[in-house]
Structures are given as structure tokens and as C-alpha cells.
Design a protein around this ligand. Structure first.
Ligand SMILES: NC(=O)c1ccc[n+]([C@@H]2O[C@H](COP(=O)([O-])OP(=O)(O)OC[C@H]3O[C@@H](n4cnc5c(N)ncnc54)[C@H](O)[C@@H]3O)[C@@H](O)[C@H]2O)c1
Length: 350
């Protein structure tokens, strides 16, 4: 049995808590949150009795083996290091940290502790992504030299800490771009990034005056706070010559939200979003192939269940961790270099 505590029980924590409750090899025993009212309410809802407002107390006094960290981005690294040094396994939500230095400190603490540190790159755990990864590993796409991805919200600044740069580290790039860049990079075989060129724009604000449209909000939604970008675009170059082109927004004068992930190889192509699809050629003919699986798109509930099950298997069985700290470090290098490039107005070398 793996005894688990969840730190930060706001909006996303439900997608950790419920899969833990579904997993027969887990005993969920403790919660921690700065917000006492939420803590008591969620404790009651899920029947959890050990409740803490200080994460150090949870880690030190609750009899746990592992924690999920679902707090604001500015505390991910600090809590992860503390938990690893206390000998606990850690599943930390994306992004791993706000800076490369913090990410490296987590990687260092993981190496010293020998415990599992899994980064919440949940898109890697979607059934569509797992299937595509298998095809790629069998060479179906050949060498992937280009990826193109977009996650454009016309109205979707979550407010609260998400739009307070001191707690989030940035806007749509660090919140949405982290997933989009990661899934492309992972599918491409994790080539070493060498340079980036990016642009950020703060033209529209959070548009909290817009009526009649709903969107994801932080548990403590506050539209008055907003000092993050509303749009980022970037090109990332890799050592092997491959590149990723990405754009992400919290808000944009766009007709309809857009989400796509496209990969291009010398033997075939693929899309993961909006739906899994393969492109290939046979007998001088281009074929668009639709694999048959329950959900061709990213299924939020299933992917989180897969992610939690993977974490439990890493902790209890020593299974190979598909989202280690070192991947979190590489992704943080790309994200911070994009912000740096946008600030400097020129290409940045890693
Ligand atoms: N994987 C995904 O698709 C996905 C989706 C949404 C959010 N997230 C990530 O999950 C994390 C949380 O996001 P959210 O939407 O749940 O935010 P939220 O604001 O709804 O919840 C965060 C909670 O953490 C608590 N908290 C903050 N600092 C704390 C601390 N030091 N100790 C204890 N509790 C603390 C807050 O009081 C709040 O209840 C973020 O890092 C975000 O990037 C991931």
C-alpha cells in the first residue's frame, strides 16, 4: 500500500484525489491547504481526517510515503525538495518550477533521495499519446523533424494566482505552453534544445468584462490581478536540426478556441489533437489513417487516472518513470528561454 497526502486542494486536486481513491493500492490519508475553509470542506467530502495548513507538518507528521503537489507554481520546487529530503515520493503538477535553478535543485534532491519524482506531464499519459508513442518507437514516422502546436483560448485567463506573475511565473506559456511543448518534445524523442526565439504580447488584458462565456478559473478567482502575457509564440531549435513552432493564448480576438498538436516525420506524420490521426504513404498514395480506440482525443479523467497509476507503479514496483525531474528541467529551460527571448527581442541560445 502507498500512503499518500495531497498538498494544495484547489481546482486540479480533484483529478489527483479521485484517481488515488480508485487505485486499490493507495491509502489517501492527508490533505494540506493554506485555505482552512477549503481544507475542512474537502476533508469532509472525501472522508480525510488528517488536515494540515502547513505542508511541512503534513510531510513530517502524517504517516505518508508520497505526496501530490497541486499548489501554485511558486511553491512546487520548495515543497518537492522538502518532501524528497524527508524520503517521500513526489508527483508534482506542471510546471516543475518557475525557474531553471529551482528545477535543477529538485533534480538534485531526487538523485540524493533515490525516491520517485514524477512531473505532471499528464498529456503523456493520454491513451491517444501512449498509442502514438508506441507507433513512433516502432519507426512509423521515421525521423520527426518538425512539430507544430497551438493552444489558443479566445477567453480563458483563469485569474487569481495564474495571472499574478510572482506566483505563476508567467501566463499562457508557462500554463498551457508547458503541456504543448512537452508533448511535442517527448514524441520527438527529447532532442536537446539549442536556441529559441519568442514573442509575448499583453494587448488585451484578461477581458473580465466579457459576458456569456464561461472558462476555467482558479479556486480563488480574482479578475483584478493580471500582469501576465495574453499571447506567446515561439520557435524552438534542437541539436538534431528539428524544430517546434508553438503559439498559446489566454485571450485573443479569435473566432473559436484552437487546440492542435501535429508531428511531421520523413516516413509519416501524426496529429494527437484535436484527434489522433496518422498520415503515411503506400503504393504512391497518401493515406490518412484513423486508429481505433475509445477516445481519439485527450480524455482528462482517463489520462489523470493513467498518470496516478503510473506514479503508484513507480513508487511501489520501481517501474520506469516516464516523466522524471530531468525532463522537467529541460522543459523549464525552453520556457524560460522563450520569455528571455521575448524580453530581449532576439534569439536566445541555451
Ligand atoms: N495538469 C493539468 O492539466 C493542470 C490543470 C490545471 C492546473 N494545473 C496545475 O496545478 C496547480 C494548481 O492549480 P489549480 O488550478 O488547482 O489552482 P487553484 O488555485 O485552484 O488551487 C491551488 C490550491 O493550492 C493552495 N496552496 C497554494 N500554496 C500553498 C501552500 N504553500 N501550501 C498549501 N496549499 C497551498 C491554494 O490555497 C489553493 O487551494 C498549478 O501548478 C497548475 O499549473 C495542472
Amino acid at each position: 500500500m502507498l500512503k499518500v497526502g495531497v498538498i494544495g486542494i484547489g481546482s486540479i486536486s480533484q483529478f489527483h484525489i479521485e484517481p488515488y481513491l480508485e487505485n486499490k493500492r493507495v491509502e489517501l490519508i492527508a490533505f494540506c491547504d493554506l485555505n482552512e475553509e477549503r481544507l475542512v470542506e474537502k476533508g469532509k467530502l472525501y472522508g480525510i481526517e488528517k488536515l494540515y495548513t502547513d505542508y511541512k507538518e503534513l510531510i513530517d507528521s502524517a504517516d505518508i510515503d508520497a505526496v501530490s503537489i497541486c499548489t501554485w507554481n511558486n511553491t512546487h520546487a520548495e515543497i518537492a525538495v522538502y518532501a524528497l529530503e524527508a524520503g517521500k515520493h513526489v508527483l508534482v503538477e506542471k510546471p516543475l518550477s518557475m525557474t531553471v535553478e529551482e528545477a535543477e535543485a529538485v533534480e538534485e534532491a531526487q538523485k540524493k533521495s533515490g525516491k520517485t519524482l514524477q512531473v505532471g506531464f499528464v498529456r503523456r499519459h493520454g491513451d491517444n499519446a501512449k498509442l502514438l508513442k508506441k507507433f513512433i518507437e516502432h519507426g512509423e514516422l521515421g525521423e520527426i523533424y518538425y512539430a507544430k502546436t497551438s493552444c489558443l483560448r479566445r477567453l480563458g485567463n483563469p485569474g487569481g494566482w495564474f495571472s499574478d506573475v510572482t506566483r505563476s511565473g508567467g501566463g499562457p506559456l508557462i500554463d498551457l505552453g508547458v503541456h504543448m511543448i512537452d508533448i511535442c518534445w517527448y514524441m520527438m524523442g527529447k532532442p536537446r534544445p539549442v536556441s529559441v526565439s519568442g514573442n509575448t504580447y499583453k494587448k488585451l488584458g484578461n477581458r473580465s468584462h466579457i459576458e456569456n462565456l464561461s472558462f476555467y478559473q482558479a479556486a480563488d478567482y480574482d479578475p483584478n490581478l493580471n500582469d501576465v502575457e495574453d499571447l506567446t509564440n515561439a520557435i524552438i531549435r534542437f541539436e538534431n536540426g528539428a524544430s517546434i513552432l508553438v503559439d498559446v493564448s489566454f485571450t485573443l480576438q479569435l473566432k473559436k478556441d484552437e487546440l492542435y498538436v501535429k508531428l511531421f516525420g520523413d516516413k509519416g506524420g501524426a496529429e494527437i489533437e484535436p484527434e489522433l490521426a496518422l498520415v503515411t504513404e503506400k503504393h504512391n498514395t497518401i493515406l490518412n489513417v484513423t486508429p481505433q480506440l475509445d477516445s481519439l482525443s485527450f480524455d482528462f479523467n482517463k489520462a489523470f487516472q493513467n498518470e496516478i497509476n503510473h506514479f503508484v507503479a513507480c513508487c511501489l514496483d520501481g517501474s520506469e518513470n516516464i516523466a522524471p525531474a530531468s525532463d522537467g528541467v529541460q522543459v523549464m529551460k525552453m520556457l524560460t528561454a522563450i520569455y528571455e527571448s521575448a524580453r530581449a527581442g532576439k534569439e536566445v541560445y541555451l
